[in-house]
Design a protein around this ligand. Structure first.
Ligand SMILES: Nc1ncnc2c1ncn2[C@@H]1O[C@H](COP(=O)(O)OP(=O)(O)O)[C@@H](O)[C@H]1O
Ligand SMILES: N[C@@H](CCC(=O)OP(=O)(O)O)C(=O)O
Length: 369
């Protein structure tokens, strides 16, 4: 690892570290993380904290409630969030700022750019941003769902050099170590492929974590393609942080791409999600990355989902091959109408006036994957 290059890092802290006994927040494990943050800042490294734990911190305030009820969980998050933020805040003698996000904020390009600007402004003023998902307002459609993926999106938005995911375990093992005594720790992952995902199991049943290793690998995949070195480390032990400060890898290091994706293409590929699909014939051969105008209504055989002008859509072939993710210049309703037109002259005249079906702005080419 090359810590000398770090100018900005994102540290993600899992619930088990914040509220280990689900009896409110404890600073027990947070002290060494806070010290690490202080030392990084003293070296001139800007730090963004992504902290889980609002539900785990709030659960003790709901003694007779079942944790599984979604409305109660949201209430736990609302109540626990204040306790979690104030626990962190007490550990620092510099100001911190709370940022609560949903996927709806991140997938909208304007809001995403606004989040980036806020992060940079806080960092330039030596304020520590503390980010969590806004669990109270999320629905299935709006949420990221786990803070591992959220931390990768935040790391990309902040143009971070490293993402450090502090977990309750030493890193990624070749199989779930809680179920397999012979599991071995991987200290280095160069390529994230299906064999890496196959190693990952879920979170401990009945535990406070969300997602287990799978969401951490998803996060690493998002981050490394943006040139962000990613580490999964054991946040329970101070040694992990001392090793990082000494430039050593204490857990699993996922190697960053040498040539990262451009920021806006990365956003389209990894943060924005497709609201619908446009399906073309399997023999469609044009490169939409070179010319989006090659996609005309006569090429479209189906339109799936409901989307509005400006929403992200996936263009794919009938055989399932993904072509591009791009901003739609048409609503699904209008696209359906012109794609189903028997009168081709009408459709092409309409498109001439209205412009290309997809925008080339922020387009992500999925063909090379
Ligand atoms: N291959 C694996 N390597 C390491 N941990 C694994 C693996 N598969 C599943 N896990 C589980 O993932 C857990 C960490 O994820 P999670 O419970 O979501 O915690 P966090 O709160 O840190 O996000 C581990 O404690 C372990 O039970
Ligand atoms: N937003 C949730 C955390 C969700 C989550 O991903 O938790 P974890 O797996 O412990 O990082 C909360 O604050 O409780």
């Amino acid at each position: 690892m090359n810590r000398a290059n770090w100018k900005r890092i994102v540290i993600k802290v899992g619930s088990a570290l914040i509220a280990p006994n689900q009896q409110g927040c404890s600073s027990h494990y947070l002290l060494s993380i806070a010290q690490f943050i202080v030392k990084c800042r003293a070296e001139g490294i800007q730090v963004v904290l992504v902290s889980s734990g609002s539900v785990a911190a709030g659960s003790h305030m709901f003694p007779n409630q079942e944790n599984t009820d979604i409305a109660v969980k949201k209430a736990m998050a609302a109540a626990g969030q204040t306790e979690m933020i104030s626990t962190w805040d007490k550990l620092f003698d510099f100001p911190s700022a709370q940022i609560l996000l949903t996927h709806a904020d991140l997938r909208d390009r304007e809001r995403y750019v606004s989040i980036r600007e806020t992060l940079f402004s806080l960092l330039d003023n030596q304020i520590l941003p503390i980010v969590n998902e806004n669990d109270t307002v999320t629905t299935d459609k709006l949420k990221v769902g786990d803070n591992d993926n959220l931390s990768a999106m935040v790391a990309a938005a902040a143009d971070a050099d490293a993402l450090i995911i502090c977990s309750d375990i030493d890193g990624l093992y070749d199989k779930n170590p809680h179920e397999n005594d012979d599991a071995k720790l991987l200290s280095w992952v160069e390529n994230i492929d299906e064999s890496i995902y196959a190693m990952a199991g879920g979170a401990v049943k009945g535990g406070v974590g969300t997602g287990g290793m799978r969401t951490k690998i998803e996060a690493a995949e998002k981050a490394v393609s943006h040139g962000i070195d990613t580490f999964i480390i054991n946040g329970f032990t101070e040694l992990s942080f001392n090793m990082l400060l000494d430039g050593k890898n204490p857990g699993t290091h996922f190697q960053a791409y040498e040539v990262p994706m451009k920021e806006n293409v990365h956003w389209m590929r990894h943060t924005s999600n497709a609201q619908g699909e446009v399906i073309v014939e399997s023999n469609f051969a044009a490169s939409l990355e070179d010319n989006t105008e090659e996609l005309t209504s006569s090429e479209i055989i189906d339109v799936k989902g409901e989307f509005s002008v400006g929403d992200t859509i996936l263009v794919r072939k009938d055989d399932g091959t993904k072509l591009v993710k791009a901003k739609s210049n048409y609503s699904s309703c209008l696209l359906n109408f012109i794609a189903k037109q028997d009168n081709e002259e009408f459709a092409s005249e309409f498109e001439e006036k209205t412009g290309p079906i997809i925008s080339n702005q922020h387009l992500a080419n999925l063909e090379k994957e």
